[in-house]
Design a binder for this molecule. Structure first.
Ligand code: PGA
Ligand code: ZN
Length: 413
């Protein structure tokens, strides 16, 4: 079955910025739509998001050129290909673009088509998206495992004006059932709200739905979370663990790290992390150091890699070449997977399969600018990802993914 039509339109993401939605129509009239997310703390090695640059529309951030690329250039390149052959369709777009970072057609244009085709393929086969992805990319697992969410309940860095250096403070509920993990997360989120209110903090939320309080230090955020876990009736380190995304590229200045008002070397920052692991039941640190600080990352991995997950996000940008470098240099032991960092589903799966082959933990992730599209929930289930990062327990573009995961658990697992 072939694609009869690709329709692209400009929509808004959760920050009110334009992004792209694509509807793919099959010859039999079936159709499916996908929407593309957008980051704020983007890695320098990410695929290129094409923006119009026309200052008269959305301050230059419109995506009408990307939409046009979908309907004209991309459609011509994929219209004769089989909807079921995701790899061929993605490769045709990569070839047509011809650049390393998809800057000609736009990774946003390419990804929207890639994901819409994936959804359409599931429809045409009459199966769920996660099933179709698992089959299509020949994953050998027969059982479906629901991921453990890393829930970002305090937002800092460039996602909030909280003044916190660390971008995401996350809880990782350990309950057997996914729906119970979601419940624990929501209960702790509400307990945290009460605690922050008592501290006379603002309880408005940041881009990923977590609170954005003006706390005196990064450690004060960890303390508040520990208190919330206890107040909600859970035991830290047993029922609930903690993870954080430092997004350290954002506070890396001239070879040092601007952290809690001090300039630290990589070694000094690692020592801070080290002291927190036991104290706060930390199980995972993402982008603990900057995206091109490979030497620092090597030290970090040597010192902490045996105890916790060290996750490369800006470091690996869902790119098999960067991941392979990491594997070769003994850097990190987990990878954050973001579909729009690389720009096609096929390349995303390639990164996941390489990670799984080398026993790197896979964490599927949203972006800080999201939509109601829930593809990443299905992706996490399709590949049996250990973790998913999809924000806090507020803002519907975050909660939509939890609700989709709970639906999958309810009907399937
Ligand atoms: P971003 O943040 O979507 O703004 O890049 C998410 C992350 O760093 O994990
Ligand atoms: Zn990150």
């Amino acid at each position: 079955m072939k694609i009869q039509k690709l329709q692209a339109r400009e929509i808004l993401d959760s920050r009110g910025n334009p992004t792209i939605a694509v509807r793919a129509v099959a010859e039999n009239g079936f159709n499916a739509e996908a929407m593309v997310p957008s980051g704020a703390s983007t890695g320098v090695h990410e695929a290129h998001e094409l923006r119009d640059g026309d200052k008269n529309r959305y301050g230059g951030t419109g995506v009408l050129t990307a939409c046009k690329n979908v309907e004209e250039l991309i459609f011509s390149a994929v219209k004769d290909l089989d909807i079921m052959n995701q790899r061929a369709i993605d490769e045709a777009m990569i070839l047509l673009d011809g650049t390393e970072n998809k800057s000609k057609l736009g990774a946003n244009a390419i990804l929207a088509v890639s994901l819409a085709v994936a959804r359409l393929a599931a429809q045409v086969q009459g199966v769920e998206l996660y099933e179709s992805i698992r089959r299509g990319f020949r994953f050998s697992a027969s059982e479906y495992r629901l991921p453990y969410p890393m829930m970002n309940i305090i937002n800092g860095g460039v996602h909030a004006d909280s003044g916190l250096d660390i971008q995401e403070f996350m809880i990782v509920p350990q309950q057997q059932q996914l729906s119970e993990r979601v419940r624990a997360g929501a209960e702790i989120f509400h307990a945290l709200k009460d605690i922050l209110k008592k501290q006379k903090q603002v309880v408005s939320v940041g881009d990923e739905g977590g609170f954005a309080p003006h706390l005196r230090s990064n450690e004060a955020a960890l303390e508040a979370i520990v208190e919330a876990v206890t107040q909600a009736g859970y035991t830290l380190g047993q029922d609930v663990c903690i993870a954080f995304d430092a997004a350290a590229s954002e506070f890396f200045r001239d070879g040092q790290y601007a952290f809690d008002g001090k300039m630290l070397t990589a070694q000094e920052l690692i020592a801070v992390y080290d002291a927190w692991i036991e104290k706060y039941a930390i199980i995972s640190i993402e982008d603990g150091l900057a995206e091109d600080d490979w030497d620092g990352w090597q030290m970090l991995t040597k010192q902490l890699g045996g105890r916790i997950r060290l996750v490369g996000d800006d470091l690996f940008v869902t790119n098999v070449k960067r991941l392979q470098q990491g594997i070769d240099r003994g850097v990190a032991n987990a990878i954050l997977i973001k579909v729009n960092q690389i720009g096609t589903l096929t390349e995303t799966i390639d990164a996941i399969q390489l990670a799984q082959q080398y026993k790197y933990t896979v964490i599927i992730s949203h972006r800080s600018g999201e939509t109601e599209d829930t593809t990443i929930a299905d992706l996490a289930v399709a590949v049996n990802a250990e973790y998913i990062k999809t924000g806090s327990l507020s803002r519907s573009e975050r909660v939509a993914k939890y609700n989709r995961l709970m639906a999958i658990e309810h009907y399937v697992a």
